[in-house]
Design a protein around this ligand. Structure first.
Ligand SMILES: O=C(CO)[C@@H](O)[C@H](O)COP(=O)(O)O
Ligand SMILES: [Fe+2]
Length: 236
């Protein structure tokens, strides 16, 4: 594949932990205003959920919306989570459309290493998104090529679901696995079911990029919600 629009991506903000509102729960009729409001309220990045109606039941956002958000928010880190079959065909296209990072699912491809290569060749950061029932063994021979790991706190497909408790054990396991590989600076994202009442516990368990959709967008004013969530993220 050739990459005609290779661009320099925004870097993941250097400070941690990071709070990433998932725009899946935003009011789509006012998407730019909603994004601006969470950015003004202290969001560190925007999490964008792409669903294809095949890998998951829901159909949401595609390339044109990522392109539009990139044009509107040139300096904001766009963290694009693709829940699609055959990410091999689309991962690089999302980087070309403006994604700074692309998280894809190993369950959706037999070529995870190749997808990472495609994302990197297009100039993006590569992240592996791991479903609740998927073993961390999928990381074994690609861990050193990744820029981030996404641990799902719910089954992918919809916002507003309850956090699956076993995710806490998985976070502990992923930390141990990274340590075994001598990696101590890999961002670990948790996505799904993150709310004001559990964000501290999830952070303490090892997640440093915390995605929250309904937890943010169902609780106006966003600035107060984001401040309250960030206040829960006390240094370890
Ligand atoms: O990827 C997904 C769902 O598949 C998430 O990004 C959700 O959008 C998070 O929503 P909440 O669980 O925080 O409401
Ligand atoms: Fe997501």
């Amino acid at each position: 594949m050739t990459h005609r629009h290779k661009r320099r991506p925004n870097a993941l903000p250097a400070h941690q932990p990071l709070l990433a509102p998932s725009i899946l729960s935003a009011n789509f009729t006012r998407l730019a205003e909603e994004c601006q409001a969470v950015i003004d309220g202290g969001a560190d990045l925007l999490h964008i959920d792409v669903m294809d109606g095949h890998f998951v039941e829901n159909i949401t956002i595609g390339l044109p919306v990522v392109e539009a958000l990139r044009a509107e928010f040139p300096d904001t880190f766009l963290d694009v989570h693709i829940m699609i079959s055959n990410p091999d065909l689309y991962a690089a296209k999302f980087v070309e459309a403006g994604a700074d990072s692309v998280s894809f699912h190993p369950e959706a491809t037999v070529h995870s290493h190749g997808v990472i290569q495609e994302i990197h060749a297009a100039g993006g950061l590569a992240s592996l998104a791991i479903n609740p029932s998927t073993s961390l063994d999928v990381l074994d021979y690609i861990i050193e090529d990744l820029d981030m790991i996404l641990i799902m706190g719910v089954n992918p497909g919809f916002g507003g679901q309850s956090f699956i408790p076993q995710t806490m054990r998985k976070l502990k396991d992923v930390k141990e696995r990274l340590a075994r590989h001598g990696i101590d600076d890999m961002p670990i994202q948790v996505d799904g079911g993150v709310k004001l009442n559990n964000i501290a516990e999830i952070y303490q368990a090892g997640a440093n990029v915390l995605v929250s959709g309904s937890g943010v967008f169902n609780n106006k004013p966003y600035k107060d919600t984001i401040s309250a969530m960030k206040a829960e993220l006390q240094p370890l």
